[in-house]
Each structure stands twice: as C-alpha cells, then as structure tokens.
Design a binder for this molecule. Structure first.
Ligand code: ADP
Length: 430
C-alpha cells in the first residue's frame, strides 16, 4: 500500500556507507525516485543523525571502521526514539555476511552489492509501506484501546446506575408493600369504626326512643295523678271543715298531714311535668335576647326577691339561638336556687356573659352556702338533693331541668363552688 501524494517526498532515507562512490550512487538514485536521502560516512554520524531527526528508513553498510553496521543497529534498537526505524543492511559481495546476526540485531532486510536498483527501490518501498501500515495499525490500536476503555467506563457507570436503580426499585417495592399493609390495616380500622358508629347510632336511636317513651310515661303518669290527688286534698279539707268539732287534736293533725303531703306531691308532680315538658317541646330555636329572659325570670321571682331583700344584677347579655320560655325557666331556676340556698346575709346574685371562640359563656354567681366539690356533678341529676325538706324545701328536679334546657340548646352546664364561699353556675349557649 502506498499512500504517497504526488509532489510530496516519498520518504526520508538515511544512507550510511564509508565508500563515497556508493553514497553518491544511492543518493542520486533515491533523489531521482522522489526520496529525500541523507548521507553519512560512519556509524557515529549515523546515530547522531538519527537522534536529531529520525529518518523513515536506514540503508546501513556493514563493514565500516570503528563501528560496524551490526553495532550501529544494536544502538538504534536500544533507543525508544529510533527503535522502530526499519534498517536494511548493505553487504559487499566478498564480505562475510552473517544474515542470522543481521536479523538478530533488528534489521528488516538486506541488499547485496553490486545493487540492482530496481530491487533496492522495491525493498525500500515495501518496507516503508510496511512501516506505514505498522504505524497506522498502532494508531488504530490506540484508538481502539481508548474506545474500549471509554466503553468499559460507560459500562461500569451503567452497571453502577443499574445497581442504584435496582436498589431504588427494591426500596420502592418495600415501601409499596408497607403502604399496602398499612392500607389494609386502615381499611380494617375504617370498617371497624363504621361498624362501631352504626352500632352507636343504633343505640343512640334506641336511647332517644326509650327517653321519649319515658318522658311520655312521666307526663301521662303525673298528669293522671293530678286529678285523684286534688280529690284527696279537697276531701281532706272538707273533712276538716265539716267535722272540725268531732275531731280531737290528733285527728286534726292527721288531716293537716294529709293536706301537707298532698301539697308536696302536687309540687313534685308539677316539677316532673315541667321536666318532661322541656324534652317534649320541639319548637325551632330562634334569635332570643337573654336580657328579656332574665327580666321575665326576675318578674316571676319578685315575691322571693322582695322577701329576702335579694340584690340581683346582670350585665349586658347577648342574643342567642334559643327558646324564650326555656331560657326564662333556666335563669329562673338558677336565680331561685341562689336565693334559696343563701347564708344569713341577704342574697347577692350577679349574671354576666362572656364571648368565647364559638359560643357564649353565661355565669350566675351568688354569695350563698356553696357546694362541696364531691357533690358538684351529681346535683344535676334528677332527684339529687343535698338537704332535707326541713332544712330547704325542694324536689331535686330544678337543676336537672336546667341541664336539659342547656343541652337542648347545644351547650353544657357546670358549677364552681366552695362551701360557704358562694357558687357560680356556668353554662354555654351558641
Ligand atoms: P332543689 O333545689 O329542688 O333541691 P335542684 O335540682 O334545683 O333541686 O338543686 C339540687 C341541689 O343542688 C340542691 O338540693 C342544693 O343542695 C344544691 N344547689 C343548687 N343550687 C345551689 C346554690 N345556688 N347554692 C348551693 N347549693 C345549691
């Protein structure tokens, strides 16, 4: 293969020979054929020329004084810079030429004198093109090595990325699995809750139904009891009136006891009827001014207020969603208790209102006998009293009615108190 471009030198050839005639002959011939020859006459000059500007090929005479061709070749093959330059030995016909040694020291070929020009040129050309091919192969090899290295690097990166991806996939799968499990637990939880909720709803409905039944029963029973009770009371009074003279003191006392019992029962029935009436009313709530409810309650209580010299005050109260008659009843029960459970001093009662986040907090405070902490919850239950009839009369229904009214209005009620330090009843309204 010859890659020679026309017009450019075919190659730089160093001719080493101690015979001037040979040098001239070879130089002329090579120049004529388009090569660029350089001529030197001994081994040392040849090594120097090669080191300063390495030629493409060397034609090297064997028999030279001081340093023969074999030695020159050996030196060249030791140096990396000159190692690859192809060397063709030139041997004279009568010389003893050791071909084996020539190839052993690194020559690529040899030519015997006298020269056959065409043969010399053919050998030069073939070794130059061989050398070129070798160079090309070396370059291609290097490129290939680079390609392999970069591919290996890419492959390594790919493998690493693949590993990361695999890890990512397995982590995601684990997360997905955990999520699925949690989802299952959640589903279970939801269905449990739904079941519990529907059971609660059912028992709430059941409770509401039985409450309504109970209220109906209390209402009917107390209503129906009123008539015979009134009959007993009026006949007892008639007995007392008509047969007064025939009765001794004990007989009159017995009849007095019957009338007193009837009155107490009448009060109980009235309160019970009131209690059951509160739950029965299904009037829709409407915007109601609490000041009006308090005014009405105080008007109803004016006898007791005057009698006990009570001082009842209230600050500006809000309008709330409510039932006016129930709210009146609520204030009336609380103020009436504040007056009833007084100490020696005249009762002082104050009603205030304070806006909270979503509702109103209304407080009724007094300077009465107070309530011990252990009783503060149970007094809101029906029939729960802390005193005998002799100490304070009552039925134990008033606060139960208050609680029912507040709850029907969506609020709650409680008390803050210390014995002999007065009490404050708080309740919330929307
Ligand atoms: P009653 O007043 O008919 O007994 P209530 O239900 O109104 O029934 O009250 C329950 C109990 O709570 C009362 O017996 C009383 O002991 C106590 N109580 C209620 N209000 C007050 C108050 N303002 N001060 C002290 N004790 C009270």
């Amino acid at each position: 293969m010859n890659n020679h471009q026309p017009g450019t030198p075919l190659g730089n050839i160093l001719v080493v020979d101690d015979t001037a005639e040979n040098l001239r002959l070879l130089s002329t011939m090579l120049t004529q054929r388009g090569y660029t020859p350089r001529c030197v006459i001994n081994g040392k000059m040849a090594l120097r020329a090669c080191n300063s500007n390495p030629p493409d090929l060397i034609l090297l005479d064997i028999m030279m004084p001081e340093m023969n061709g074999y030695e020159v070749c050996q030196h060249l093959k030791l140096e990396p810079k000159t190692r690859e330059i192809p060397v063709i030995f030139i041997s004279a016909k009568d010389e003893t030429f050791d071909k084996v040694n020539a190839f052993a020291v690194g020559a690529v070929d040899y030519i015997s004198k006298p020269f056959q020009f065409e043969e010399v040129l053919a050998r030069i050309e073939s070794h130059l093109s061989l050398r070129n091919l070798q160079k090309q192969l070396k370059e291609q090899n290097m490129l290939l090595q680079e390609e392999i290295t970069s591919r290996l690097a890419v492959e390594k990166t790919l493998q690493e990325k693949n590993q990361i991806l695999q890890q990512e996939i397995s982590t995601r799968r684990a997360v997905e699995k955990a999520l699925q499990e949690q989802n299952l637990v959640l589903q279970q939880e939801i269905s449990n809750r739904q079941r519990a909720e529907s059971a609660l709803l059912k028992s709430n409905q059941e409770l509401a139904r039985s409450n309504a039944e109970l209220e109906q029963f209390a209402y009917v029973a107390s209503h129906d009891l009123q008539a015979p009770l009134a009959t007993i009371a009026s006949y007892a009074q008639l007995l007392e009136k008509r047969y007064k003279d025939q009765l001794d003191t004990q007989g009159s006392k017995f009849i007095g006891n019957i009338v007193q019992g009837c009155t107490r029962m009448q009060t109980l029935i009235d309160d019970l009827l009131e209690y059951s009436r509160v739950g029965r009313s299904r009037k829709p709530l409407e915007l109601t001014d609490c000041n009006h409810a308090v005014e009405q309650a105080l008007a109803n209580l004016q006898g007791a207020i005057r009698e006990t010299k009570a001082v009842v005050t209230y600050s500006e109260l809000p309008a709330v969603m409510g039932d006016i008659s129930q709210l009146t009843q609520l204030f009336q029960n609380l103020v009436s208790n504040a007056i009833k459970y007084r100490q020696d001093a005249p009762p002082v009662v104050h009603i205030t209102a304070c806006r909270q986040e979503e509702n109103w907090l209304i407080s009724v405070s007094d300077n009465g006998i107070g309530i011990a902490p252990q009783h503060q919850k149970r007094i809101f239950q029906i029939f729960q009293r802390l005193h005998t009839q002799r100490e304070y009369s009552g039925t134990g229904i008033g606060l139960a009615i208050c609680q029912k009214i507040v709850e029907l209005h969506g609020g709650c009620i409680w008390v803050e108190s210390e014995p002999e330090q007065g009490s404050t009843f708080h309740f919330t309204l929307l």
